[in-house]
Design a protein around this ligand. Structure first.
Ligand SMILES: Cc1cc2nc3c(=O)[nH]c(=O)nc-3n(C[C@H](O)[C@H](O)[C@H](O)COP(=O)(O)OP(=O)(O)OC[C@H]3O[C@@H](n4cnc5c(N)ncnc54)[C@H](O)[C@@H]3O)c2cc1C
Length: 580
């Protein structure tokens, strides 16, 4: 029996490994590969001639013409269909280009990403043919620059609580938008805003205010922007408040249905996170190159520092994590390209993993460069500052962990609730009881079998098989223990999410190395480095997975909550050795 969930990670929470979604590891279509290679070369030349990262960072801005150059190069419509003026790249190609852009400059990647990963993504995903025809050609050419306006002063992670209002005019032809948006990337230069605001809808005979999505084209009376924000990193990107003071928007500019904008907002982010994940890989590759260079050159105690075990361990960890993140991003892109699977959990997992592995890479690279790394003479302190944002925007990693855990547990939770009902009314409920029992028996007696990974990797495949069964069992126990209070049990959610993220990362690695082995005619010595990276990654990830499983039963959660609450009450760290 298999569940009908069309999602790799959602199925995993039932103890199933849907190999058909992740094997064989995807390839870049040759024609797409050719286009991407041309873009990569163009970007390299563009970066040599125009990208002045240190200067931009120091000033806190890049010249506005840079965006014009990017437009001239055709980079503003990477995934827009060709008949609407774009390059029509599939997500695999898009992700690879975003990786490249980020490797040249963090602010550049954020500017380009805010435009097309999120800025006009709602139009691309949810627009009508007429809306697309009206705006996409100008967005793809860079004539219009897009921004995504969701966050407000009182509404960050809790996006459903936005206060911006959209009021229908008496003639029913326009909405008037009123409210302020905060920290909007491209806010200061955009000419096309995707804005989320609450509009009145009738639901079951009742009036309700529900999130809706609007397109605002500039110039529009009543739109003003705040000054550029001074930031820790990505300092040359534009981040501004955007104010809407009774801005008149034609009803034709509603994206999706009125009242269904929350789904649009989340749909955009589920999709857009892939660009961010790929960008992180571009920077971590730079970190590895820089670290290897220093490890090979810097001599201390008459030896190259690269000869020391502690430096080797850092380099190996950076490489294994980068390999995993790169594999996850490409695999997620291929899931999106398939068009028939739910990729929301995978894109969240890729974002969590890649932003955290990058943070570790920029930190370790700086550590390897040590004093020099700390100096502005080198770019490494900037890489560290630029990388930090990735754990915050497009859904903080805390929110995304809760999302991964709760989305994954929803299916098993419903099944258990059905089971509880069936137990109360046994004559009506034999179906759910037997479904659940069969699934559970199958999982515990027959286990889970991976059939498509290469035999040379059977040790790793076995670990995944074991982990899938264990995760499903732990999920069931957590659901039984906490029932519908599970949404309050954040530390259980965190552990479950971390296992799921690592599981997806390990699967991506296994799939990629399996393909490498097949391409090498099954001769492991021909892909020795990839085999060793897989070995390293599985070692690191398995350690985390085991710790998370152990933590489900033995932990210090309650005492830690007590400590936090005591500090909230006292308002500060209460000890001072001066006072005895
Ligand atoms: C440089 C930059 C560019 C940005 N660009 C854009 C943009 O283009 N468009 C846009 O709309 N927004 C943008 N943002 C906003 C960004 O998306 C938000 O900062 C982010 O969503 C988090 O919101 P917040 O900062 O208000 O944090 P909060 O939501 O206030 O969260 C504070 C902390 O509490 C945690 N937290 C919150 N709720 C929970 C919970 N339920 N459980 C556990 N932990 C929780 C968070 O993870 C975080 O650690 C940008 C932000 C920055 C800094």
């Amino acid at each position: 029996m298999s569940n009908d969930t069309h999602s790799f990670l959602k199925s995993l929470f039932f103890g199933e490994i849907r190999e058909e979604f992740v094997f064989p590891f995807p390839k870049m279509d040759p024609a797409v590969g050719e286009t991407v290679s041309m873009i990569v070369d163009t970007l390299a030349k563009f970066a040599r001639d125009h990208v002045k990262s240190a200067e931009w960072d120091e000033k806190g801005e890049m010249p506005r013409e840079i965006v014009n150059y990017l437009s001239e190069l055709g980079l503003m419509g990477l995934a827009v269909p060709e008949d609407l003026g774009g390059l029509g790249l599939p997500q695999r190609g898009y992700a690879r280009v975003m990786q490249e852009v980020a490797s040249h400059d963090g602010s550049l990647a954020v500017t380009l990403g805010a435009h097309q990963s999120i800025g006009y993504k709602a139009l691309l995903l949810f627009g009508t043919p007429a809306q697309k025809a009206k705006y996409l050609p100008r967005l793809a050419s860079g004539q219009l620059i897009a921004a995504y306006c969701l966050t407000e002063p009182g509404s960050g992670s809790d996006a459903a609580s936005i206060q911006t209002k959209a009021t229908l005019t008496p003639d029913g032809k326009h909405y008037l938008l009123k409210g302020s948006k905060l920290w909007i990337t491209n806010g200061g230069i955009a000419s096309f805003y995707t804005v989320f605001a609450k509009a009145e809808v009738m639901e079951k005979g009742e009036k309700k205010e529900k999130v809706s999505c609007f397109m605002v084209e500039m110039p529009s009376e009543g739109v003003t922007t705040g000054p550029a924000e001074h930031k820790l990193g990505i300092r040359a990107s534009w981040t501004n408040a955007v104010h809407f003071d009774n801005v008149k928007v034609p009803v034709e500019n509603v994206l999706g249905e009125v009242g269904k904008g929350f789904k649009v907002a989340m749909g955009v982010l589920n999709h857009g996170r892939l660009g961010l994940a790929a960008g992180c890989v571009g920077v971590s590759r730079n970190c590895i190159k820089a670290s290897v260079e220093h490890a090979n050159e810097r001599v201390q105690f008459q030896k190259k520092i690269g000869e020391y075990g502690m430096i080797k361990e850092k380099i190996a960890r950076m490489a294994a994590n980068t390999y995993a993140a790169e594999s996850m991003a490409f695999l997620t892109a291929s899931l999106i390209d398939r068009g028939d699977v739910d990729y929301s959990m995978e894109s969240a997992a890729a974002k969590i993993f890649s932003s955290e592995m990058l943070w570790e890479c920029v930190d370790e690279n700086l550590q390897i460069w040590a004093g020099s790394g700390y100096m502005k003479e080198y770019p490494y302190e900037r890489w560290l500052r630029d990388a930090r944002i990735n754990r915050i925007f497009e859904g903080t990693n805390e929110i995304l962990r809760a999302f991964v855990a709760l989305s994954g547990m929803q299916g098993p939770g419903e099944e258990l609730a059905g089971l509880a009902k069936a137990i109360k009314h046994p004559l009506q409920g034999l179906g759910p009881v037997s479904d659940f029992a069969v699934r559970k028996i199958k999982r515990s007696v027959m286990g889970v079998t991976l059939t498509k990974s290469h035999p040379a990797l059977k040790k790793h495949a076995a670990f995944l098989e074991e982990t899938a069964v264990e995760l499903a069992n732990q999920v069931e126990q957590a659901l039984r223990r906490h029932g519908n209070q599970i949404h309050l049990m954040q530390l259980a959610q965190k552990r479950i999410a971390e296992v799921a993220v690592d599981f997806f990362a390990m699967t991506a690695v296994l799939s990629r190395v399996s393909r490498a082995l097949e391409d090498a005619g099954g001769q492991p010595e021909k892909c020795a480095l990839e085999m060793d990276l897989a070995e390293t990654f599985f070692f690191l990830a398995a350690r985390r997975v085991r710790a998370n499983f152990k933590g489900m039963v033995r932990n210090a959660d309650e005492v830690m909550k007590k400590v936090a609450e005591a500090l909230y009450e006292r308002g500060e760290y209460p000890f001072d050795l001066l006072k005895g």
